[in-house]
Design a protein around this ligand. Structure first.
Ligand SMILES: [Zn+2]
Length: 504
């Protein structure tokens, strides 16, 4: 591709609302463009190209694992969400609208109902199971405060997959396969990540895992062990229990628990003075839907005591649960290592659903005995457009993007310093033609602009390698650059073609 023909509106201006490196550089590098500052983005040619490359990696690995791609209707009839019961529960993030006949529709933030509806019409027997179907399509979530560019936009590209099984054991086999497949995808994209246990409410422990891209700017706190593979979202993290003695200072956190149908309860949570209440764990311990603060309640309906206080409390008929947050330095339950906190960006989530959707939506199959059973389901997501942001959060410097090999918009950029210099142009064109011939994805910067501006664009856009053909060509020398660290190496102009052919 010739730079002079390409739509890359790079800019020095940092967008007003941008704080994250990925947001700043994806806009400044001309990859994406904000649409009216409303959490909606256009993908310009380079952004679209990277999105397609990331999408291709996701698709390749999924297809290798036996998954099948489909494409579901983008607009979802609200009636399907009524069947599953989600239409009522889902808040204002769900975009709802009517058509000309006054029928209700939504734009789906996920597609469990749509996929179940498709499968229940065509799968009737255990002989047709298992199935793993996915799509890579736009989703819409009407975020109250869209922010951080592609990290938390309203419209986003997501891979959502759903598996259907005749038994829980078979779901668990597929779940493990998807974990391995996701690891391959994230590794190929050059990401540093952790697979962490996530809160999965009633389903429990290993039923839900998140793929966290490690980055200081991440919104999620994760607990990781430096000595083994253990990792968990703070909401689901566990540590070896601590035993406090009888003289331990305790504290009581009183909250109002909310249950279905407007039922409430005042609950006291008791824990050691220095511990922090982990609200999701606390909420799960009493099977409540939510906890809210309450001031000076008259009564206490229930009391839940932290497991760490088992040795030293004096309440009658005490109830115990793990309700305290894991702290840095706590001991790993697997290996005893000192746990520490890290920040992560959630870029993937795999979940053992069971029959949560297949029962209400009557997605049944006939088992070997001819008996109708609800299909057992798993669901698997990857935030594809969010991955672009994740890659840049992990791979940038103070000048711009540093794309990884599989995500880079081009493999190589050839920069002609002065296009009025015939020798520079001749060598640039010759290398460009040779690289194209070899099938290397190469960008030739042959614009009339100043050299300084071209280098600034190179650093901002972040193509992994470059050749700079400049003044020193008169002495028979060009420069080869590795974007990661801006490592420069002088190479003989006679040898550069061979060096490139060898490298690419
Ligand atoms: Zn460990």
């Amino acid at each position: 591709m010739r730079f002079s023909r390409l739509l890359i509106p790079t800019t020095k201006e940092t967008p007003n609302d941008a704080t994250l490196a990925s947001h700043i550089y994806l806009i400044r590098g001309g990859f994406i463009q904000s649409v009216g500052g409303s959490g909606l983005y256009n993908f310009l040619p380079l952004g679209k190209k990277i999105l397609d490359k990331v999408r291709a990696v996701v698709k390749e690995e999924l297809d290798k694992a036996g998954c099948q791609e489909v494409s579901l209707s983008f607009v979802t009839p609200a009636a399907l969400w009524e069947e599953s019961g989600r239409l009522e529960k889902y808040g204002k993030e769900l975009l709802r609208f009517k058509d000309r006949k006054n029928n209700d529709f939504i734009l789906g933030p996920t597609h469990e109902e749509m996929m179940v509806n498709m499968v229940r019409q065509s799968v009737k027997s255990y002989k047709q199971l298992p199935l793993n179907l996915y799509q890579i399509n736009l989703k819409f979530r009407d975020e109250i405060r869209p922010r951080f560019g592609l990290m938390r936009g309203r419209e986003f590209l997501m891979k959502d997959g759903y598996s259907f099984h005749a038994s829980t054991e078979d779901l668990q086999r597929e779940f493990a396969l998807m974990e391995e497949t996701y690891k391959k995808i994230f590794t190929r994209l050059g990401l540093e990540f952790r697979v962490v246990d996530a809160d999965s409410g009633a389903i429990g422990g290993s039923g839900s895992k998140e793929f966290m891209v490690l980055a200081d700017s991440g919104e999620d706190t994760i607990v990781v062990c430096p000595d083994c593979e253990y990792g968990a979202n703070i909401e689901a993290a566990v540590a070896q229990s601590k035993s406090y003695d009888a003289s331990t200072e305790i504290k009581v956190v009183t909250m109002k628990a909310l249950y279905d149908e407007g039922v409430t309860e005042i609950v006291e949570f008791v824990l050691e003075e220095s511990e922090l209440l982990e609200e999701v764990k606390a909420c799960n311990s009493i099977n409540a839907n939510d906890l809210v603060d309450v001031e000076n309640p008259n009564t206490v309906d229930r009391r839940m005591i932290d497991n760490n206080l088992k040795e030293c409390t004096v309440y009658e008929n005490p109830e115990y649960a793990d309700i305290s947050a894991v702290q840095e330095g706590d001991a790993c339950t697997r290996c005893g290592g000192a746990l520490h906190y890290s920040k992560g960006i959630e870029a993937g989530h795999i979940f053992q659903l069971g029959t949560q959707y297949s029962e209400p939506l009557a997605a049944n199959f006939l088992d070997e005995n001819g008996k109708a059973q609800p299909m057992v389901m798993g669901t698997y997501g990857i935030g594809v457009s969010r991955l672009l942001a994740g890659i840049i959060e992990q791979n940038h410097d103070d000048k711009g993007c540093v794309w990884t090999k599989e995500s880079a918009p081009f493999d190589l950029q050839i920069i002609i310093s002065n296009i009025k210099d015939e020798a520079q142009v001749a060598l640039g064109e010759k290398l460009y033609a040779a690289m194209l011939e070899k099938g290397v994805d190469v960008l030739l910067d042959e614009r009339k602009d100043r050299f300084g501006a071209k280098m600034k664009d190179y650093e901002l856009i972040g193509v992994p390698h470059a050749v700079v053909i400049g003044k020193k060509l008169a002495d028979g020398v060009v420069e080869f650059i590795i974007r990661d660290g801006m490592k420069k190496e002088e190479v003989s102009a006679l040898a550069i073609a061979d060096l490139l052919l060898e490298r690419f």
